[in-house]
Design a protein around this ligand. Structure first.
Ligand code: ATP
Ligand code: MG
Length: 317
């Protein structure tokens, strides 16, 4: 585990964006990944950008490497259950993926009732909704309680703006996907989530909830994007989960809390992240990687930009 001082020293080398030589074509930038579409492949370069409140808030050392390597690891851990898009991982920050026809859905699976945003289960339940997302929930649940069984709460992947809640009935009725396709999607999501919870438990973590993206590759349902990363999932420290229901968070909730403490709720110009916080967030991402995989995190050669460009020049695909 890197020390706080080592993480502070790494701050100037953070990967803000990644540029590839011209023949890789035009770069597309998501909030976190820089993407090149090349020869039926999607080159996903995970940067050190961190986002919340639907915007990029700053840079966290080694975050891109942690996310990329952890996602690759989880794709392997679940490959007997679900096909995935990974073709190669030629660099700590890079995945070469098969380009999919993405489904216009975010498939959120939740094992616990929690959250603070207006689409979170706890927010809806606390405000009296006993059938959030069309799913009947029992009376008497407390914040952070486990659900009777994991549930799927899909949202539509909006082309602009915020994702919107959609019920399973509406997904099928609107023709977004067929009833058969939905049963394959939900069975896959629940099976991958179950595996995720089992594997996380071995590392002393609780996989609380997560978001999957799926698409079609050669007509086959395939897991795409990222899987069970601390960006797409909520993790709690298992040891800290008891009847008081105030578990230690190992995901972005830690950063969101700092913003909330500054009085920031996502409106207007966000406060600048102090260096100490950036290093603390890095420590959590790295700790999550180490707990889950059971291996030490080994930082790639810095700065990452030069290394990435070289790795992709040499990658045969
Ligand atoms: N195999 C794939 N085929 C097609 N699209 C993919 C594949 N894997 C990931 N994607 C898409 O690539 C993008 C990854 O970039 P990133 O996660 O940074 O975007 P984002 O800020 O989350 O934006 P978005 O809201 O569009 O997901 C996402 O839009 C994701 O849906
Ligand atoms: Mg994304």
């Amino acid at each position: 585990m890197l020390t706080h001082n080592e993480l502070l020293t790494a701050l100037p080398d953070c990967l803000d964006s990644a540029e590839l030589p011209a023949h890789f074509g035009q770069k597309i930038s998501g909030k976190v990944r820089d993407i090149y579409l090349y020869d039926d492949h999607r080159i996903l370069i995970t940067t050190d950008r961190i986002s919340a409140f639907d915007r990029v808030l700053g840079l966290v050392p080694y975050k891109g490497q942690v996310l990329n390597q952890l996602s690759a690891w989880w794709f392997e851990q679940t490959s007997d259950i679900a096909r995935n898009h990974v073709i190669a991982v030629p660099d700590p920050n890079v995945t070469i993926a098969a380009e999919a026809q993405p489904l216009p859905l975010e498939i959120v699976v939740r094992g616990y009732i929690t959250g603070v945003t207006t689409t979170s289960l706890w927010y809806l339940y606390k405000n009296g909704d006993r059938q959030p997302y069309g799913i009947a929930l029992p009376e008497g649940l407390q914040k952070n309680d486990p659900l009777p069984q994991p549930i799927i709460t899909p949202t539509t992947k909006a082309l602009s703006g915020h994702d919107e809640i959609i019920t399973v009935d509406a997904i099928v009725a609107s023709g977004l996907v067929s009833a058969e396709m939905w049963s394959e999607i939900s069975a896959t999501a629940l099976a991958v989530f179950k595996r995720g919870q089992e594997v996380a438990a071995r590392g002393g973590l609780i996989l609380v909830d997560t978001k999957y993206e799926m698409g079609l590759i050669d007509g086959q349902l395939t897991l795409i994007d990222e899987v069970h990363t601390p960006d797409s999932s909520r993790y709690w420290l298992a040891d800290s989960y008891d009847e008081r229901r105030q578990p230690v968070n190992f995901s972005k909730e830690f950063m969101r809390k700092w913003y909330a403490d500054q009085g920031y709720r996502g409106e207007g110009e966000p406060p600048v992240m102090p260096d100490d916080l950036r290093a603390q967030i890095a420590a959590r991402y790295i700790a999550t990687y180490e707990k889950l995989t059971g291996s030490d995190f080994v930082p790639g050669i810095q700065p990452a930009q030069t290394r990435i460009a070289q790795a992709l020049q040499q990658a045969a695909f």
